[in-house]
Design a protein around this ligand. Structure first.
Ligand code: CA
Length: 741
């Protein structure tokens, strides 16, 4: 089994999802049958009060509601509710649940106000339900075209809505910002936020609302885009300001004045043609204390700086936290976590605001654990760095120099010439799965991971010194075509992937306690004044831990994996805790888990998109699914050369693996192509080249792949399937997994 350890590794993020087999029957077409563009109202909806800036600012006076993405403007995700607490949490039970009718990942944080819960599901669908019973109030389907799914690096996910001044705002996967009437779900207005609809932009993050404006960013840096954030007038949808995070074509004027300074940190190369990156796909936080909006800015596009900016430079504002004036979009300060990003180290992870005593003085601070493994405490008044402690295993840098505020890179792990295992990998030491800040305890409850990648330069660049943008796929500058070979050849040095829930002190860098979880890719976190920390994990356990010790006080088996952060609210004196289930997101590429990483529940039982709501004494039960039958059918492979399989492997890795999984082993959320039926095999080319499954999310790749390419991919899939079949039957000691040499 040791021989397979490498597969486990959670490389990255996802590209493009590819083939769909008949196992996809649970993943429906993206359009809901009943919805057009208007909301579908049903049931008697309790009227909700207006949510405005004043109400969110006074959130402390209504602890029973969850008014904004991270509960309040501070986004601490720590609830003052105590109805469910250490002493009675053992009586927590399921109150109700709702099937979301999809097996794609669920990442949404609900907004709960005056008895109504507003949340999103896959394909940017919006739901309003009675929070005490689950009864549907209305639903809205923005009708995202199924083929747009191919443009999503990390699944067709959505992280939630903003509810503000009588409206519900959602960003759709295909780049629209949509305002709905909060009472009926009817569309009020819609704007196209994209500067270029040919580039692979997506929106997966929740909009934020403040000062009469809606703030929204986007993703797509893996494919090659340029990042920016736009503020729209909440009432009319008119654009108020736009802030580009990276400079564009140097022959054109700067769109915002800050880019003049930023452009001096980009040297040589043609980053603007590839995109530059710097997408703000998750965290945007409004700070009423300073009227700031903080942007969490993403990685470079491409990832590799030697291609992106061959003359060196910090490449502002990649991997930075940028403070803007909320009204004008003018920059006040920035802090760059990873100058010259070379590893996909986004700083888009959730940011929380807090008041904290630092070195004997009360400070208004911003807290963030970006992918790069350092936990930053920053003075919100001027951007001064106060702390940068490691919160997980970090090998790319030794430490952050507190004089300069810059990380000190580990030169031994320069991968320009030779491939190197680096921690963290592109999934980060922490990703978008939200943390919870316990101001009183001075702790952060943090879902962290050690998750390496073997980084190596793109083979063609190594051979020719040139990099050609691929308009239909990923543009990372990293070698993906031979990634399986890199794993196999270097397995002995691979650091072991691990997951953790940590109670972390951001000032001292010390852990108060650590729960080790046998899979790295787990859910977001909620803390409560009832002394509890809630988290759903990959193994399917929704747990309540004692926030003082990390002891598990209660667990509920959901039989499916979780990523979404829990939320809590109170209605008529009863406290509820909610969580969405369903795995996927950025970890599709890793595929099947292998020893010593435990199998996620979604791989064993299936991936079930559900909303679960718990209360004390709840007696509802979930259906217990059967284990998935993973018997691999025998494949016909007569007369195929090893070289054809090798070419197919590289093409599969470049276009298919990021969704369907490394070495054709799916992690559960996307169809496992080894299990395709003969009927699916027969229409393989129509699926891949003609898009016959596009409505299900499997778009045509006819723009980038030829019939010959598709044929070789098909051959490789069959070869991998046969290897794993023979292994399962005990006919071989170990599959070789790669045909590269
Ligand atoms: Ca990225």
């Amino acid at each position: 089994m040791r021989a397979f350890m490498w597969i486990v590794v959670a490389v990255v993020v996802a590209l493009v999802f590819f083939f769909t087999s008949q196992r996809s029957s649970r993943d429906e077409a993206p359009a809901m049958p009943e919805a057009e563009t208007a909301g579908t109202a049903a049931g008697a909806a309790p009227a909700i009060g207006l949510i405005d800036d004043a109400r969110i600012n006074a959130a402390a006076s209504e602890p029973g509601n969850w008014l904004a993405y991270g509960r309040t403007y501070e986004e601490q995700r720590f609830s003052p509710l105590t109805g469910i607490n250490r002493d009675n949490v053992s009586q927590l039970g399921l109150a109700w649940y709702k099937d979301m009718g999809t097996n794609r990942a669920q990442e949404s944080t609900p907004i709960v106000v005056d008895g109504i819960m507003f949340f999103t599901s896959a394909w940017s669908r919006v739901y309003a339900v009675r929070a005490d019973t689950g009864e549907m109030v209305w639903s809205y389907d923005p009708q995202v075209p199924g083929e747009w799914g191919r443009r999503a690096c990390c699944d067709v996910v959505n992280r939630g809505v903003a509810v503000y001044n009588g409206r519900v705002y959602v960003g759709s996967l295909d780049g629209r910002l949509i305002a709905l009437d909060a009472a009926s779900g009817a569309k009020v207005w819609e704007v196209d936020t994209l500067i270029d609809r040919d580039r692979f932009y997506t929106i997966t993050g929740a909009p934020r609302a403040a000062r009469g404006k809606i703030f929204i960013g986007n993703g797509g840096a893996e494919f090659g885009v340029r990042g920016y954030v736009t503020a729209y007038d909440a009432e009319s949808g008119e654009q108020v300001w736009r802030f580009y995070t990276v400079p564009g074509d140097p022959s054109l004027p700067f769109e915002n004045p800050e880019l003049e300074m930023a452009a001096k940190t980009w040297k040589g190369g043609n980053w603007w043609e590839i995109g530059g990156g710097g997408t703000v796909w998750n965290s945007i936080v409004y700070d009423p204390d300073f009227n700031n909006v903080y942007l969490g800015v993403g990685n470079g596009s491409p990832w590799t700086r030697v291609i992106r900016s061959p003359g060196g430079g910090d490449n502002l504002f990649l991997s930075s936290i940028v403070a803007l004036d909320a009204d004008t979009g003018k920059m006040k300060w920035y802090y760059q976590t990873t100058p010259g990003d070379n590893w996909d180290y986004t700083a888009v992870q959730d940011m929380a605001l807090a008041d904290m005593e630092v070195d004997g003085e009360m400070k208004k601070v911003l807290l963030q654990a970006p992918k790069n493994g350092f936990f930053y405490v920053i003075d919100r008044s001027d951007g001064t760095l106060l702390r940068a402690n490691k919160y997980a295993t970090v090998t790319w840098a030794t430490h952050v120099d507190m004089e300069t505020g810059r990380p000190v890179e580990n030169k031994d792990l320069d991968y320009t010439k030779h491939e190197k295992w680096v921690l963290p990998g592109p999934l980060g030491a922490h990703n978008w799965q939200a943390m919870s800040v316990d101001e009183e305890a001075g702790l952060v409850y943090l879902p962290a991971q050690d998750n390496p990648l073997i980084y190596g330069m793109n083979q063609e660049w190594k051979q020719t010194g040139l990099y050609k943008r691929n308009p239909g796929g990923w543009n990372t500058g990293i070698e993906f075509g031979r990634i399986a070979q890199l794993f196999v050849d270097n397995i002995a040095e691979q650091p072991t992937p691990r997951g953790y829930l940590k109670a972390f002190d951001p000032l001292t860098g010390k852990d108060a306690w650590v729960v080790e979880i046998p899979h790295y890719w787990n859910g977001g976190v909620l803390g409560t004044a009832g002394g509890l920390v809630f988290q759903g994990d990959a193994l399917g356990m929704f747990s309540a831990y004692d926030k003082a010790t990390g002891e598990a006080l209660w667990q509920f088996n959901t039989y499916t994996s979780m990523l979404a952060p829990p939320a809590t609210f109170e209605i008529d004196g009863t406290q509820y805790v909610s969580i969405l289930t369903g795995n996927g997101g950025g970890d599709l590429f890793s595929g099947e888990a292998m020893d010593p990483v435990a199998k996620p529940a979604s791989e064993t039982y299936g991936n079930y998109g559900r909303l679960l709501v718990f209360k004390l004494g709840g007696t509802e039960t979930l259906p217990i699914p059967d284990k998935i039958d993973k018997t691999i059918p025998e494949q016909q492979l007569a007369g195929v050369s090893e070289e054809e399989i090798a070419v197919g492997e590289r093409t599969y890795n470049n276009y298919c693996a990021v969704c369907h999984g490394l070495v054709v082993r799916s992690g559960g959320a996307i169809p496992d192509l080894r299990l395709m039926t003969e009927g699916t095999h027969q229409i393989f080319n129509q699926i891949v080249l003609e898009g016959v499954f596009a409505p299900k999310g499997m778009a045509s790749f006819g723009d980038v792949l030829t019939e010959e390419d598709a044929g070789r991919i098909h051959t490789y899939i069959r070869a991998r399937a046969n290897e794993d079949r023979e292994y399962a039957l005990g006919n071989v000691d170990a599959p070789k997994l790669t045909w590269q040499n």
